[in-house]
Structures are given as structure tokens and as C-alpha cells.
Design a protein around this ligand. Structure first.
Ligand code: ADP
Ligand code: MG
Length: 235
């Protein structure tokens, strides 16, 4: 069984259609999509150890099958600089989540490499009942939320499709560099789009895939959050 199949099987055995961030990121790694380094900790001490291994600063996130939007419940703390901050951060996240979602089953804390700020883009895939999986691209923040400035293509896509998806959004000049800013590495984004197209084509069981955000840099790009929702199991 491939690693991806094993992850899906585990989710099924636990009656989950939602893959945890570490599971989704492991799938991304299998497809050579760059993601932040991460590990899972079930105790404060283990979290400190992970942080030391990854190197400060780190990011702490709640890891729970019942929390899909982690920051909505106070479940994300970025730029944690030392062991003391891991200790207090761990407690803060636990109490935030308990307050917002008292019944959430908590698996632990996700300790992650802190990625320097880039241009935030969203790369995703969702299934259209008629056309099957479609790829989505947009620039994060208000561009997606307020202006709905996104592009779509039915999977599988070609390199040329991916380039068009990036170029046709209204916010495209943000990626080519405005006001003296350096241009983002759109080739890295094209590669991620192509790999996501492969993933959803290889695994029709994926109902929804969201890389939100991906940080685009002058050289390269990095996915800092990944979410996958599976189809309900057919009986
Ligand atoms: P949510 O489940 O709320 O979408 P995210 O993992 O996307 O949680 O984290 C919320 C925000 O925190 C992100 O949009 C991003 O701006 C920031 N963030 C998350 N992970 C990292 C990271 N590893 N490095 C830097 N910033 C991060
Ligand atoms: Mg996110």
C-alpha cells in the first residue's frame, strides 16, 4: 500500500473525511510540493524537543479532527521564539480550543517551521459534479474573500493551463512585482498547480483540497497549510 493510500485508510478507519494537516502535508511531500517542516507533539516537553529540532522560530497549531479552521478557535500561534514561549503557547492553544470547542478531541500540537512572509496565494481543487475535479488559483486575503478574484480549470491541466490560471487573475501584477517589489517565482506556482492536478487525478476520493496559504517568494514557494476533505465512503 502506498503512503497516500495508508493515510486515507487511517482516516477511513477513524471515520474521518477530514485529513489532519500533517497527513495532507505528507501527501504534498510525496508529490514534491514544498511544505514547511513539521512534527507532532502530544506533550509540552515533546513540543519543546520538536521545536529545538526544527529550529526557532516555530509555529504551533492545534491538531484535532474536530478543528478544520484552526485560527478561528485560537489554534495557531506564529513566531514562537524559545522553549518558554512553546510552554505558554501550548497551554494557550489548549485553553483557546477548549473554550471555543469544548467537545473537540485533541490529538496534540503541530510544531512547524516558521516560513518567512511571502505573497500569499491559494491553490486548491474541488469537485464539480458535472466536470469532475477542477483546479483553483487565487491571491490570498481580500483578493479572494472580497473580489473573488480566482481562476479555475478542469483537471488534468497542462503547464500552459497553469500559466494561464496565474496570469488571468486581476491581481496578477502583485506577482510580477509592483512598487519596486521583487517578482514572485511563478514557475514554482505552476509546478504546484501541476502536482495538485496529479494528486486529484490519482485520487478521485479527494473531494476538496486546499493549500491556503502558499507563500510565493522571489525564488521558490512554500505551502504552510494544507487541507484535504475526502468523499463520504460509499456503502
Ligand atoms: P487555518 O486552519 O486557520 O487556515 P493556517 O495553518 O492557515 O490555519 O494558519 C493561519 C495563518 O497563520 C496562515 O494563513 C499564515 O498566514 C500563518 N501561518 C501558518 N503557518 C505558518 C508558518 N509555518 N509560517 C508562517 N506563517 C504561518
Ligand atoms: Mg489556512
Amino acid at each position: 500500500m502506498s503512503k497516500v493510500d495508508a493515510i486515507i485508510a487511517t482516516a477511513r478507519s477513524e471515520n474521518r473525511t477530514f485529513l489532519l494537516e500533517n497527513e495532507a502535508k505528507t501527501i504534498m511531500q510525496k508529490y514534491k510540493i514544498p511544505v514547511t517542516k513539521f512534527s507532532i507533539a502530544e506533550t509540552v516537553e515533546a513540543a519543546i524537543q520538536s521545536a529545538e529540532q526544527i529550529g526557532y522560530p516555530v509555529v504551533l497549531k492545534i491538531l484535532s479532527r474536530d478543528v478544520i479552521h484552526k485560527s478561528d478557535v485560537g489554534g495557531v500561534l506564529i513566531n514562537i521564539k524559545n522553549a518558554d514561549e512553546v510552554r505558554t503557547g501550548y497551554q494557550t492553544i489548549m485553553s483557546n480550543v477548549q473554550k471555543h470547542k469544548p467537545n473537540a478531541k485533541i490529538k496534540g500540537i503541530f510544531v512547524e517551521e516558521f516560513a518567512p512572509k511571502g505573497i500569499e496565494v491559494i491553490i486548491g481543487a474541488l469537485k464539480d459534479p458535472q466536470f469532475g475535479p477542477a483546479l483553483m488559483f487565487g491571491i490570498g486575503g481580500i483578493f479572494v474573500e472580497v473580489f473573488e478574484d480566482v481562476s479555475f480549470r478542469v483537471a488534468p491541466i497542462t503547464k500552459h493551463d497553469a500559466q494561464e490560471m496565474i496570469q488571468e487573475i486581476k491581481g496578477y501584477p502583485i506577482l510580477t512585482g509592483i512598487r519596486g517589489q521583487e517578482a514572485s517565482d511563478t514557475t514554482a506556482l505552476v509546478n504546484i498547480l501541476l502536482q495538485v492536478s496529479k494528486i486529484v487525478t490519482d485520487y478521485p476520493v479527494i473531494k476538496e483540497l486546499d493549500l491556503n496559504p502558499v507563500f510565493a517568494y522571489p525564488k521558490g514557494a512554500k505551502c504552510v497549510d494544507a487541507r484535504i476533505i475526502l468523499e463520504e465512503e460509499s456503502t
